[in-house]
Design a protein around this ligand. Structure first.
Ligand code: HEC
Length: 148
């Protein structure tokens, strides 16, 4: 379990907007002689990691042409979740989060005109658009979600 927490910290560092800010937020767990640094994500960061994991799974389904899930209602928390200390909600964020939710929902709507892969990529491209405005660190990871 504690070993897993260590991994979570490493993943947090790889994904975060910039790593300097994360060092302030880390918590150290001591188990006998071993120290584990645990990354404490904000509500928003945790939601984002969930969105990443979900879309990684969804990508496989889209590639197979069969969706077995529905739009996760938790994603709507993007409108209320708290940010890391250095960040805050602003008009640009609200603009992109609205567009993203709309695009992500469309992936689950039957549509005979716009192909599934295109609707999926549209949603992922909105993750990227928002990230380009204020949180560029995770962009390489997010780009891997795109279907070429
Ligand atoms: C409306 C803007 C916006 C959209 C859309 C968006 N993000 Fe983010 N993302 C952010 C912001 C801002 C943060 C930093 C949150 C914080 O540190 O509190 C973030 C953080 C992240 C992180 C880092 C989490 C961590 O561990 O610190 C990942 C990974 C991520 N987003 C992936 C995604 C993916 C994948 C999508 C689309 C499925 C997405 N984001 C959509 C703005 C956005």
């Amino acid at each position: 379990m504690l070993k897993q927490l260590g991994y979570i910290f490493i993943i947090g560092l790889m994904f975060s907007c910039n790593s300097s800010e994360k060092t302030e937020q880390k918590v150290t767990i001591v188990d006998g002689s071993k120290h584990y640094d645990v990354y404490q994500g904000s509500e928003m960061a945790n939601l984002m990691r969930g969105m990443h994991a979900f879309n990684l799974q969804l990508k496989k389904e889209v590639e197979n042409g069969k969706i077995t899930t529905e739009f996760p209602e938790e994603f709507l928390k993007i409108h209320t979740a708290e940010f890391s200390e250095s960040k805050s909600r602003n008009a640009r964020f609200d603009h992109y989060s609205g567009k993203f939710v709309e695009a992500q929902k469309l992936v689950f709507v039957e549509d005979t005109i716009v192909p599934l892969t295109e609707r999926y990529n549209n949603a992922i491209n909105l993750c990227i658009s928002c990230h380009q405005t204020e949180c560029t660190g995770p962009i390489p990871k997010i780009k891997k979600l795109l279907i070429n």
